[in-house]
Design a protein around this ligand. Structure first.
Ligand code: NAP
Length: 383
């Protein structure tokens, strides 16, 4: 393997990662299993385009491998997803690339008892061999490949339809018209209900939306990375497209779990992101101070809140069509994150918060250059 492919492989491994250290993992209580109880707790509902979902979702990316590169207990992950459902989460996010395949299998097993009551999303688009799960270089959104991937997803997710399927990254070799054409065929066959795009170029969104309405865009968005505010969020508002922030907790940073002394394990992608470098971490921690300060302020006003909840509540307050999907492998964190829907800001609090936020300059890149190169890409024209 040459150096470039080696780097790509280690990036793939890092980007597919998940979870929490077993030492920290709490024993999970048994979530809803055999019985088909509908979601007990209410988190409120939101609309992504025409798709109705819980106000907060759950990302399962790290359920086969944590960011710290540990492997979580599969049965605990199944129980965590079922507990999320018991807490009112009805929106679950996965991708063929997570594992690859394994997170779809975990999600499929977990939701089987209540499949009809939840919305599941998955993603195609990376170049993954469908027989072996081997990661091949680059992207693959050729129409015949998309159909093969979706056929595999349906088996792994134990379902006859996927509620929302995303193109994981725009393929610079395939016109978006061909991609949407394949998705429309899958929609006509009832195998897919809605579709979205992850980290697309804005013109590609317009072209896709003109052929068939885009339900959601999924991009990184949080207090740590506010790039979508420039073009993509206004575009969503204009076209009536929902927005799903990935890494809404800043890959854990906004919870206070990372400090100036933190160094990352080999294979943890965060160690390759210059925003977390030893040079940039100390000043970027001003953001953590901000959410900590607001958590204390909320507590003092009688609303229990944690830094993670403040970070999620800020996203929820932005627009009613934003639905964050925090990822966790720990029950305590799940319960904490779902509690964010109880944390509200008044208009004056938001003004103050945003004024404080505006004073903080985040230093460093959000992703390694080789991964970032796949974002904000426009699909080629169709000849
Ligand atoms: N479309 C894309 O390209 C893309 C890219 C990345 C992610 N995603 C999706 O977005 C989802 C979420 O993103 P993410 O997992 O990268 O980042 P995230 O949700 O911002 O943060 C997850 C990290 O924070 C930790 N954490 C979660 N809740 C916590 C809490 N209350 N207190 C302390 N630590 C906490 C988790 O560890 P524990 O397990 O220990 O809780 C994990 O390390 C993924 O699962 C995936 O579905 C999509």
């Amino acid at each position: 393997m040459n150096r470039r492919n080696l780097l790509k492989s280690s990036l793939s491994l890092a980007t597919s990662s998940l979870l929490a250290s077993p030492a920290n993992a709490q024993k999970l209580t048994q979530g809803t299993s055999k019985k088909d109880t509908s979601a007990n707790a209410s988190l409120g509902r939101r609309k992504l385009g025409k798709l109705d979902v819980s106000s907060l979702g759950l990302g399962v990316q790290n359920m086969s491998r944590t960011y710290q590169t540990t492997i979580p207990s599969r049965s605990e992950m199944v129980n965590l997803i079922r507990t999320a459902y018991d807490r009112g989460v009805t929106f679950f996010d996965t991708a063929e690339a997570y594992g690859p395949f394994e997170c779809e299998r975990i999600l499929g097993e977990a939701i089987a008892p209540f499949r009809k009551k939840v919305v599941i999303t998955s993603k195609f688009g990376w170049n993954i061999d469908q027989k072996t799960g081997q990661r091949l270089p680059g992207l693959n959104s050729r129409p015949e490949h998309i159909k093969e991937v979706v056929a595999g997803m349906l088996k792994r997710l134990r379902t006859d339809h996927i509620d929302l399927v995303y193109q994981h990254r725009v393929d610079p070799a395939v016109p978006i018209e061909d991609v949407v054409g394949a998705i429309k065929e899958l929609i006509n066959e009832g195998k897919v209900l809605h579709y979205g795009l992850s980290e697309p170029g804005p013109q590609t969104v317009r072209r896709a939306h003109a052929i068939h309405p885009v339900t959601a865009i999924q991009n990184e968005y949080s207090l740590l990375w506010r790039g979508p505010e420039a073009v993509i969020l206004p575009l969503c508002e204009e076209l009536g497209i929902g927005f799903v922030p990935w890494s809404p907790l800043g890959v854990g940073f906004l919870t206070g779990a990372i400090d100036a002394a933190t160094r990352f394990a080999p294979g943890d992608i965060r160690g390759m992101e210059s925003r977390f470098s030893p040079e940039n971490l100390p000043s970027n921690l001003a953001l953590v101070d901000l959410v900590k300060r607001w958590a204390v302020q909320k507590q003092a006003s009688g609303v229990p809140a944690t830094p993670a909840q403040i970070a999620l509540a800020w996203l929820l307050a932005k627009k009613p069509w934003i639905v964050p999907i925090p990822g966790t492998t720990q029950l305590g964190h799940l319960l904490e994150n779902t509690g964010a829907t109880d944390v509200r800001f008044t208009a004056e609090e938001l003004r103050q918060f945003n004024a404080d936020l505006a004073k903080i300059e985040v230093k460093g890149e959000r992703l390694p250059a080789m991964v970032l190169a796949f974002s904000d890409v426009e699909a080629p024209p169709r000849h």
